[in-house]
Design a binder for this molecule. Structure first.
Ligand SMILES: *Cc1c(COP(=O)(O)O)cnc(C)c1O
Length: 219
């Protein structure tokens, strides 16, 4: 079995879907996975996504997984399936505006800062609550975005115990806001966590989307 088949087998009969992270990979490499049945791909840069998307089949579901600047939302709004990296009210309103122009509802995840590193992007709990209050307000104008869940990246470490703790923290936060802010929103279902080095730990903590690149394309 190749890496894709091994991973697909590991995800069969689980609640977890594979986001094939295709950043830096060629059109031919992406097509090789497509031909084996993969339809869900993730890119972390807007520019690279814009170059690849028109060259590839239109039934690919594209997820933007990396940091997104407000001024670039308009380029991906016509086709992107999900944006994993929303971490401010401002960005959410910008996505809503561009989605409306395209007569679409764009699914987004709120990226939460769970790692110890200072450098990673992401909202803290206070910012998450602020976003959810805008989203769930009775007079909310956020009608062209669907907050579908949370995303997080663990600390880059060999300490599996720390990784497990961080993923569990995200999972607990997901459950608690689902019960408080999102009771009436059936679409709040996704926890995007886990990459090549830690996807098994993430799955044990309840991941529904694993974002895997290097392991998948290694061979
Ligand atoms: C690159 C990337 C991944 C995949 O990382 P691998 O270690 O190659 O599996 C996942 N999430 C984000 C946000 C990335 O930029």
């Amino acid at each position: 079995m190749n890496a894709f088949q091994t991973l697909s087998a590991a995800l069969t009969n689980t609640p977890t879907r594979l986001v094939a992270v295709s950043k830096t990979r060629s059109i031919a490499e992406i097509m090789a996975l497509y031909q084996q049945g993969q339809r869900l791909f993730g890119e972390n840069k807007v520019q690279e996504l814009l170059e690849k998307q028109p060259q590839l089949p239109s039934d690919i579901e594209w997820h933007l997984i990396g940091h997104l600047q407000s001024n670039k939302v308009k380029y991906i709004a016509p086709f992107v399936s999900m944006i994993h990296s929303v971490d401010s009210v401002k960005l959410l309103f910008e996505i809503n505006k561009e989605a409306a122009k395209n007569k679409r509802i764009i699914k987004v995840l709120i990226q939460i800062h769970i790692a110890q590193e200072e450098t990673k992007f992401g909202a803290d709990e206070k910012e998450l609550i602020e976003i959810l209050e805008y989203y769930t307000a009775a007079n909310s104008t956020l009608t062209h975005v669907c907050i579908a869940g949370l995303m997080g990246m663990a600390t880059n470490t060999d300490d599996e115990h720390l990784t497990a703790q961080e993923f569990q923290k995200l999972s607990n936060l997901f459950q608690s806001v689902k019960k408080t802010y999102l009771l009436n929103k059936a679409d709040f279902t996704e926890i995007s966590m886990g990459m090549s080095s830690d996807y098994q730990i993430a799955m044990a903590a309840g991941s529904t989307l694993v974002r895997i690149g290097s392991l998948l394309f290694a061979g």
